[in-house]
Design a protein around this ligand. Structure first.
Ligand code: LCS
Length: 405
């Protein structure tokens, strides 16, 4: 039974699952199986021919994974979802589905480092070219469209600069030019932003992050608003490239997803406190957070996001050396890539997540050596502020000693 008229807080717990169909098992059962037996040879034939519903082989679909897919489709206001073995597998599947050799992809100027890497592979091997642009307004987007452009690929907020892209503007241009739009919604999660509702064609997630929320799974999800097209992706780029999600990972994600609204509210309230604290610090130059009165994109944020979420970027005085000194001075906050976990994590994009991006390109994306990305976790905010405070104090002492020598 579809329950998609319910609130998200309820959907994350109930959508896509009926316990009475599973011997009353309250928890979604884990179908940890590679294959499914057929009662007869004819039944196998019918299933392969698509004449009978039912499972065949877990690369083509699995009941545990299916619950997660249905739940995600409802949460993103889509028609269908597909589960992948990583966020990058979801990115690859949708881009390979939408393009052919010689096509062109228009991308936001900032994107996750490995997505940038994938665009390089597509260009080198298949002459699928791309341009990275700011997408500040419709005119700028329109100007960058080429005869061979087939899709617009957007991250918003952008990893790691937290810049926003106005999705309404992107959709307006795309519709005028018959282009498809893909949005990487990893930073917001389906709880804070639903691009399909604005007219986007595909939404994807690194489910490794907020959807799981517990830092123990690598996974990806793709949601679309056309059931038939999603079935085509399942039968082609998903099945034949093969980057699917395991049933156990889907089971863990179903468990993690149940608390998504509760976690996102806490990530957000913690982030708001830390953002205000960082803004008051002498050693901090700039703080980037979508829901901030000083953010020039605050209006865009309010229009397309429910709240600011758990990620903050900020620049620290003194470049790479200071940035690394600051990281090394923290103790509760862990130095790690990834994001969206219960633990607060901090990383230095220039030398970590975005180190594959050539320097000139990286700087044009706004990823300077001074930029740090903080994924605010679920700890008590006062403890996190205390850890930041101790690191700033340590840093000031080191800088004072250096200047006196
Ligand atoms: N999209 C975004 C916006 C991401 O941040 C990531 C991973 C991916 C896609 C790829 O997802 P994965 O295959 O890792 O599940 N971002 C990472 C990051 O910022 N730090 O470590 C990984």
């Amino acid at each position: 039974m579809k329950k998609d008229h319910l609130h998200k807080d309820t959907l994350v717990i109930h959508e896509g699952y009926d316990d009475y169909e599973h011997r009353g098992s309250l928890a979604v059962p884990l179908y940890q199986t590679a294959t499914f037996s057929f009662e007869t040879a004819e039944q196998g034939e019918r299933r392969f021919a698509g004449e009978e519903e039912g499972h065949i082989y877990s690369r083509l679909g699995n009941p545990t994974v299916g619950v997660l897919e249905e739940r995600m489709a409802a949460l993103e206001h889509g028609e269908a979802a597909l589960a992948f073995g990583s966020g990058m597998a979801a990115v690859s599947a949708v881009l390979v589905h939408l393009t052919k050799a010689g096509d062109h992809i228009l991308c936001t100027r900032g994107i996750y480092g490995c997505t940038f890497g994938l665009l390089g592979i597509l260009q080198e091997k298949y002459n699928i070219t791309h341009d990275l642009i700011r997408m500040a307004n419709e005119v700028e987007i329109e100007k960058a469209i080429k005869p061979e452009t087939v899709c617009i690929y957007v991250e918003t907020p952008i990893n790691p600069t937290m810049e926003l892209v106005d999705l309404e503007a992107v959709v307006n241009v795309a519709q005028r030019h018959g282009l498809r739009v893909v949005v990487d919604n990893t930073f917001s999660s389906p709880y804070l932003q639903n691009p399909l509702k604005i007219g986007v064609d595909f939404v994807l997630h690194s489910a490794t992050k907020y959807i799981n929320g517990h830092g123990d799974v690598i996974a990806g999800l793709l949601v679309g608003n056309d059931q038939e097209e999603m079935a085509t992706i399942r039968k082609s780029t998903m099945k034949d490239y093969g980057g699917i999600m395991s049933p156990f990972d889907a089971w863990l994600l179903i468990r993690g997803l149940k608390t998504l609204p509760v976690r996102m509210d806490r990530h957000t309230s913690n982030a708001e406190k830390l953002k205000d604290y960082l803004k008051s610090q002498q050693l901090v130059e700039e703080v980037y957070y979508p829901f901030d009165v000083d953010n020039p994109q605050y209006e865009v944020a309010k229009r397309q996001m429910k709240a600011g979420g758990g990620l903050i970027s900020f620049t620290i005085k003194g470049g790479k050396e200071s940035a690394q000194l600051f990281l090394n001075s923290l103790s509760l906050i862990k130095i790690a890539v990834s994001l969206g976990d219960a633990e607060t994590l901090i990383q230095h994009p220039a030398t970590m997540t975005h180190s594959v991006v050539p320097e000139e390109e990286r700087l044009s994306m706004g990823i300077t050596d001074s930029l740090l990305r903080l994924s605010v976790g679920l700890e008590h905010p006062d403890d996190l502020i205390q850890d930041l405070e101790a690191a700033f104090t340590k840093m000031e002492a080191v800088l004072a000693e250096k200047s006196s020598n």
